[in-house]
Design a protein around this ligand. Structure first.
Ligand SMILES: Cc1cc2nc3c(=O)[nH]c(=O)nc-3n(C[C@H](O)[C@H](O)[C@H](O)COP(=O)(O)OP(=O)(O)OC[C@H]3O[C@@H](n4cnc5c(N)ncnc54)[C@H](O)[C@@H]3O)c2cc1C
Ligand code: SF4
Ligand code: SF4
Length: 480
């Protein structure tokens, strides 16, 4: 088609007052009408409504439009709808250009209507220029095989693999460590309803079922060297003990987990005194049922989280309560204090909080801007904390000081990101495609995400996400 034949139709949406409340839509429409190549331009109150879509089809036919520009919300949610609509009107769906004047204009420039209108005009002009260069496209169909690679053999990865495999697909778990289980290998117990379950029992049951599943192949002490291709046709090179192995897979699930953020040297005496440990380091002692000959334990929550740079660590409060209770179970007469800012516990976890209070564990709330101080007095660790509720300073001795630290993604995030061309966030976790519309997806088709690789969460949520990610990966494999 040469330039003379191009007839662009421009449809500018009001989105009620979402766009029209800021952008002068009639002015944008008038401006579009004057641009080269534009045959027709119109304003739509709700362009995605059934009536407006039908009117758009009529306008396309009446004005013999062969390129369509829709200036509205975001292509992420609405482009498929408009593509299908212009297809029904007889225009190839690849001849649509979508311009975002809601997310990129009216929502972000609410207090500057004139500048917003100018920006909308500029974006529409660019959209028209691009639309004039568009060429017809055709969807090609490639076979999608039934093999899925899961990166990370923690509970998220193993749960995802089980669900993929139970549907009859092949699952390959790639685990960089010598054994499966991830964080749970270093954890003592997991609270469950009124009970505590040994983390080792959970790992053993899951590992046994994964390793004996006929559709699952486990690669331990293995890392990914290279990934090439796209959904339905990934070629992966694995590296294990200096040897390489190749996999042909269709979909990928990322389940690389998380790690504690180590406190700075000297922060609350960490690193300079062996009695100061993180929750994960404490778990090791609890696993061995040996906390040593101690009388006073102090736990400080919200260490390096819930501050200007990092959000709530999500699991710190329930973990601190669980571990405080375990200490009491090991030795009833140990005094345990939990120093907290907020107790962030969901309804199901309240039962453990009540149990902790009943067991004599003391809770001291400190102000957001006044963290406890840890000093050494004649070799003894003393914690000075301002009790927000009592309104006075307390001095608490401590033979064991436990820091409930925040979390970051695995050290391998950057490497995996490079292989798969996916995104991460400033906290070092992987970034999902959309918090509501694609919580377990990446922007690249065929790659899904689950567990603590996305953000810190409880084991229950981790496993639920593992099932969810398996479902996302299975859809293209099921459709073939
Ligand atoms: C101290 C502590 C106590 C906790 N206590 C509780 C509790 O009581 N109750 C509860 O519900 N939850 C608890 N949790 C949370 C629970 O442990 C997690 O929800 C769960 O273990 C996360 O599993 P995951 O598979 O997402 O991640 P992980 O367990 O971190 O597993 C990720 C796996 O991926 C592997 N990996 C990473 N990168 C690569 C790569 N590039 N290639 C191959 N393999 C890779 C890692 O080696 C690891 O094995 C606790 C967490 C901590 C830290
Ligand atoms: S097409 Fe988008 S911008 Fe227009 S009404 Fe629908 S949601 Fe709003
Ligand atoms: S310790 Fe509790 S309140 Fe503090 S950041 Fe972690 S979950 Fe949030």
């Amino acid at each position: 088609m040469n330039n003379e034949d191009i007839r662009v139709g421009v449809f500018v949406c009001d989105c009620g007052s979402n766009i029209a409340g800021v952008v002068n839509v009639p002015e944008v429409v008038e401006y579009a009408r004057g641009l080269k190549g534009v045959e027709f331009a119109d304003e739509g109150r709700w362009s995605c409504s059934v009536d407006a879509l039908a009117t758009m089809q009529e306008s396309i036919k009446e004005h013999k439009i062969n390129r369509v520009v829709v200036a509205a919300c975001t292509p992420r949610t609405h482009e498929p709808l408009f593509k299908a609509n212009i297809k029904e009107a007889g225009v190839n769906p690849y001849l649509l250009e979508f311009v975002s004047i809601r997310e990129q204009v009216s929502w972000v420039h609410m207090s500057e209507p004139e500048t917003a209108t100018q920006k909308a005009k500029d974006l529409v002009k660019m959209g028209i220029a691009k639309a004039m260069l568009l060429e017809e496209g055709e969807e090609i169909r490639l076979p999608v095989k039934t093999d899925c690679m899961i990166i990370g053999g923690g509970m998220a990865g193993m749960t995802a693999a089980s669900n993929v495999a139970d549907q009859g697909f092949n699952a390959y778990i790639i685990e960089k460590e010598q054994r499966l289980g991830g964080l749970l290998n270093g954890i003592s117990t997991i609270s469950h309803d009124h009970d505590e379950i040994l983390a080792a029992d959970i790992v053993k049951a899951k590992t046994d079922s994964v390793e004996s599943h006929p559709n699952i192949k486990v690669f331990t002490s293995t890392e990914i060297e290279a990934v090439e291709g796209y959904i339905g046709n990934y070629k992966v090179t694995l590296k294990a003990n200096g040897k390489s192995e190749n996999l042909d897979i269709s979909t990928v699930i990322v389940a690389t987990g998380m790690q504690e953020i180590e406190p700075e040297q000297g922060q609350f005496q960490y690193g300079s005194d062996p009695r100061v440990v993180t929750q994960l380091q404490l778990e090791k002692k609890l696993k061995a049922q040996d906390v040593g000959d101690i009388k006073d334990v102090v736990i400080i929550n919200c260490v390096n989280s819930k501050n200007a740079t990092r959000g709530c660590c999500a699991i710190g409060c329930p973990v601190s309560v669980k571990n405080a209770l375990t200490i009491k179970k090991i030795k009833k007469d140990i005094n345990v204090h939990i120093l907290y800012r907020d107790l962030s516990m969901v309804k199901d976890e309240q039962i453990h909080l009540q149990a902790a209070k009943a067991a004599g564990i003391k809770f001291v709330r400190f102000p957001d801007d006044r963290y406890p101080e840890v000093i050494k007095n004649n070799g003894n660790l003393m914690v000075n904390v301002y009790d927000f509720l009592l309104g006075r300073e307390l001095e608490i001795p401590s033979d064991l000081l436990v820091l409930t630290v925040g979390f970051k993604g695995s050290d391998t995030v950057e490497q995996v990101k490079g292989h798969l061309k996916v995104s991460s966030n400033p906290d070092g976790f992987f970034q999902e495609a959309h918090i509501k519309l694609g919580p377990l997806d990446f922007a690249s088709d065929g790659i899904s995400l689950c567990g603590c690789a996305k953000n810190p969460k409880s084991l229950k949520e981790t496993c639920e996400e593992g099932i969810g990610a398996a479902m996302r990966a299975s859809i293209p494999m099921k459709n073939g």
